[in-house]
Design a protein around this ligand. Structure first.
Ligand SMILES: Nc1ncnc2c1ncn2[C@@H]1O[C@H](COP(=O)(O)OP(=O)(O)OP(=O)(O)O)[C@@H](O)[C@H]1O
Length: 679
């Protein structure tokens, strides 16, 4: 799939995406976190690209959120969902849920939601999820004890490309290979020509090594597991704490992970531990062994009375015989015992075995001297022997562990992905549970499934859909300024175009919010906060909030232009407008709204216009406009008591009317009675 074909992806973004290891999979899976790794791709952009890829897959023109307020409602839903996710991955992934206009996309998400609603978020699960993150690719790894060697320049280039972890060396002949074997524990020769050659050191002729890098650098695989160890173990805990079926044997993975530490070093092998400690402690142990020998000799000398026979003494004086040869003879036994003690100390403290112990014998030896001192060449030989034994052992263990882990890599990736996806599902489950949600039912298609109408515009219904609308029972808005527990359930249904009248603070704006929110969530494929909902699948949601005061001429003109575009738009729209009359003087407003309603009534559009001018609008309109009303059931302690569910085909009395009515009832005077007749 050419990346440029994704909506919103231009040449520059496509170039940035190709820098990723596997942009197609990231796009396919809506993996916003990975997409963000592409150079210059911000978080918001990554989510938009992922949504673009999904829309392309469903041939979905998108565009449900046609106004700023509609987008704000979408953001509110997203925030409520994201607050319920634990991992950053899930928070980002939730951003790929967008209100779709294509049934196939809505169905796709609903299928996932079906599973999600069976999930039970528990504290253990959330705690385990907190440690899960997308898997890292190991950062640049260098293995210093092994090298590749070849006589061929092209093979050399291929080696650097295929196995950048090892240094590659160009050699001329076997002599060069011998040289390398002195600097590296293992030399891997890539040329067949050297097969059967007799080399000292660990030289392996492996002409096919570049085809199976994992065998040559098991560290690569180990680094993957080592770097991702915490996440992998957390993903195991997530599976244990949930009913998720693990894609691998979790015990085998845990056991294998216990054999390697975070920097890829093998742990838990006694022999490797012995060799590693011996290499590290060798110098210190030799120093201590020297002291042990010298302490012994010093004590022996102190205790000794040396008697020199006259003849010897004469020789010494006459011939200048060396004192040390005399001492050597006298102290021969003590010297031998001192060297033995030094050797014993060395072999015991370093736990040397067989050949190593033999090499250690050469460290203290030769002519008796006091103080006793080490032979550096022998120390260095022992060190070389121990180092290469350690490296060989480590390489062998790494190869074995890598063999065990190789088969686990792909399922381990699935293990982590499942855990992260579970977090997405748990967030949806928590949203549904916290706001008493239900799955909405789409009753007809306001939008044709090819996303176009006869004119090729998006969102048309080919003239076949019935008048769009919705039926909400027991809807409760999760974004009200009161605790969700205190939110009163509302029933409301609309088909076609309607006016919504009602008392001040009766909940008209909150109801528009609820309708918008339910439509957006439903078209995202999500459960909605209501007892039951039936609705059409809308092409666009136009939500206009109440303007703050009258507009100046310029702003008024631009608002009218918006409505001009609106009435000329596609079928299958839902239009929610809150007190449009506040933009200009009441008389003019009523006429404007009446005109807009007439135009919308000609189309397959659902609309709710909240207005305090319902009576005037109805009078000004050439069509029979439906009016619903949020009615005050009375005044209690000066406060309006309201039935939040609009009464169908009912012009609600306004707050002023109610107050005048109350005063007329309370007061004997005729003034309030006469005022009341004005309503
Ligand atoms: N369903 C509900 N349950 C509980 N409280 C509600 C509900 N609907 C609205 N309210 C409360 O009533 C207040 C006023 O609601 P809202 O602003 O929607 O009324 P309104 O009819 O649009 O008012 P106005 O005519 O003054 O614009 C809200 O801030 C909220 O506290």
């Amino acid at each position: 799939m050419p990346l440029e074909s994704i909506p919103g992806v231009g040449e520059k973004t496509a170039d940035a995406l190709t820098e990723l290891d596997d942009p197609e999979t990231a796009l396919q899976q809506g993996d916003v976190l990975t997409l963000m790794d592409a150079p210059g791709i911000s978080e918001g952009r990554a989510a938009a690209i992922a949504r673009g890829a999904i829309r392309q897959r469903h041939d979905d023109p998108g565009g449900l959120l046609a106004t700023t307020q509609a987008r704000d409602l979408y953001d509110s839903i997203l925030t409520l969902l994201q607050e319920r996710a634990v991992t950053t991955y899930a928070k980002k992934r939730l951003e790929t849920l967008y209100p779709a206009t294509k049934a196939s996309r809505i169905e796709e998400v609903r299928a996932m939601v079906d599973d999600a609603l069976t999930r039970k978020p528990t504290p253990e699960l959330r705690a385990a999820l907190a440690d899960v993150a997308p898997l890292d690719s190991p950062s640049a790894l260098r293995v210093r004890e092994r090298c590749l060697a070849t006589t061929d320049a092209e093979r050399y280039a291929a080696a650097r490309e295929a196995i950048p972890e090892l240094s590659a060396e160009v050699v001329d002949d076997g002599h060069d290979i011998e040289e390398l074997a002195r600097s590296y524990s293992t030399v891997i020769v890539l040329d067949e020509a050297f097969a059967g050659g007799d080399f000292s050191g660990d030289v392996r002729v492996q002409p096919t090594a570049l085809e199976s890098p994992a065998d040559v650098v098991p560290e690569r695989l180990l680094a993957f597991f080592a770097e991702n160890r915490e996440t992998l173990l957390a993903a195991v805990r997530v599976h244990e704490a949930s009913e998720l079926e693990p894609p691998l044997d979790c015990d085998a993975l845990t056991e294998s992970l216990s054999r390697v530490d975070e920097d890829g070093t093998i742990v838990g092998d006694e022999e490797l531990q012995r060799l590693a400690t011996a290499v590290d402690d060798l110098d210190a142990a030799v120093g201590t062994a020297e002291s042990v020998a010298n302490d012994h000799l010093r004590a022996a000398i102190k205790e000794r009375d040396v008697t020199i026979e006259g003849q010897d003494f004469l020789s010494l004086v006459e011939q200048g015989a060396r004192v040390d040869s005399l001492l050597a003879r006298e102290l021969d036994d003590a010297f031998g015992a001192a060297l033995q003690k030094a050797h014993d100390h060395l072999t015991e403290s370093l736990a040397l075995t067989g050949h190593e112990a033999e090499l250690a014998e050469h460290i203290f030896g030769g002519e008796p001297t006091f103080p006793v001192s080490r032979r550096d060449d022998a120390v260095s030989r022992l060190k070389t022997e121990l180092t290469s034994a350690r490296d060989r052992r480590s390489a062998e263990l790494k190869a074995n562990l890598a063999d065990d882990l190789a088969a686990l890599k792909t399922p381990a990736e699935a293990l982590v992905r499942n855990a992260l996806e579970l977090d997405v599902e748990l967030a949806i489950a928590a949203f549904a549970r916290d706001f008493d949600c239900t799955m909405p039912e789409f009753v007809d298609d306001a939008v044709a499934d090819d996303g176009t109408d006869d004119d090729g515009d998006t969102g048309g219904n080919n003239g076949t859909a019935s008048t769009p609308g919705f039926v909400i029972e027991g809807g409760r808005s999760p974004i009200l300024d009161v605790d969700f527990e205190a939110v009163e359930a509302v029933d409301y249904s609309v088909e076609g175009v309607t006016l919504l009248s009602g008392v001040n603070s009766g909940g008209k704006t909150s109801l528009l919010d609820l309708v918008g929110l339910i439509v957006i969530a439903a078209q995202m494929g999500l459960p909605v906060p209501a007892e039951t909902v039936q609705l059409s699948r809308f092409s666009e949601l136009h939500y206009y909030a109440k303007s703050q005061g009258t507009l100046d001429a310029g702003a008024f003109e631009s608002t009218l232009r918006d409505f001009g575009d609106l009435v000329a738009g596609a079928d299958g729209r839902l239009v929610l407008v809150d007190e449009l009359e506040s933009i200009t003087e009441p008389g003019a407003s009523a006429k404007l709204i009446a005109g807009i309603l007439e135009a919308l009534d000609q189309q397959a559009t659902a609309a709710v216009f909240v207005s305090h001018l319902a009576r005037e609008i109805r009078e000004a309109a050439a069509i029979d406009v439906a009016v619903d009303g949020i009615e005050a059931v009375g005044l209690v302690d000066g406060e309006l008591e309201v039935n939040r569910s609009p009464v169908k085909e009912h012009l609600a009395r306004s707050t002023p009317e109610l107050i005048v009515e109350k005063l007329a009832a309370d007061d004997d005077g005729e003034f309030y009675e006469s005022l009341l007749t004005k309503f």
